[in-house]
Design a protein around this ligand. Sequence first.
Ligand code: ATP
Length: 319
Amino acid sequence: MKTIGVLTSGGDAPGMNAAIRAVVRTAIYNGIKVMGVNQGYDGLINGNIKEMGLSSVADIIHRGGTTLRTARSEEFKTEEGRKKALNVMKVFGIDGLVVIGGDGSFKGAEKLSDEGFPTIGIPGTIDNDLGYSDYTIGFDTAINTVIDAISKIRDTSTSHGRANVIEVMGRHCGDIALYAGLAGGAESVIVPEVGYEVDEVCQKLIKGRNRGKLHSIIMLAEGVGRAYELSDEIEDKTGIETRVTVLGHIQRGGSPTAFDRILASKMGAESVRLLIKGESGKVVGIQGNKIINMNINEALKINNNLDKDMYELTKILSI
Ligand code: ATP
């Protein structure tokens, strides 16, 4: 392995820069040249590529987003598109690739590997929706952003005696709502893996109100439904004034937490080690605080199951 490429793809996540930095520095430490691919798979097709030296990744470990930028590429999903990408990599002398992204990006990486090109994936997504890995890069930062918002909303919620529905990201995965809900002391946590009964949410609100609770935080994962509809239903059924906060893209930004920076650094380094060993078609992950790797096709078959014990705990602690 003489030259590796690195790209970020799909939705951005805080910590992607720390992963890029680790890939670049680990490779150079091992005498390997690194080419940075801008704008995900699109950049691979269009040759939007430049060499990355040691100082190209200076001063980025603390930055959110991705300095390589990211994209969603329809062309890369086609065989023709990937043929172009393979040719471009040949021209630039790239003989191995690290892809930092979510499950879609991994499917693209798997195709490249199946087509004979050494490729390794690193999980970069705030959703934490990859079942094979306990955590994905960006998730910890996102839940910290959410609990910061919860604390602020709690202040005003208490002052006015209102209920608040806070809608968070995660697509089909409820982890952001669950983890931030537990850490933020939410009264109700609503996740797509379980669903909800509006009457149950309302009963809890009324019970809390009757024992003198001044505020109520209802965490709603975006994959379950819309916050405004739920808020209207709650107001209609309980008469409790209810406000909505849709946190949106604020959850995708910000300086990565120490946890995400460390995770990204370890995963970035491991991805390069795997390429050096001649591995391909694998993804790096973390299980029980150990960095692991697994074949992409096996990893993508593992469902991301909600932590049921944690979900039950949110209920017990919010009685
Ligand atoms: P996030 O979880 O943040 O949305 P993601 O990696 O899952 O990130 P996607 O938009 O699903 O985001 O995928 C990113 C890119 O990966 C796509 O735009 C496409 O270029 C490539 N990709 C996705 N699925 C495939 C596939 N089946 N074959 C080839 N390439 C794919």
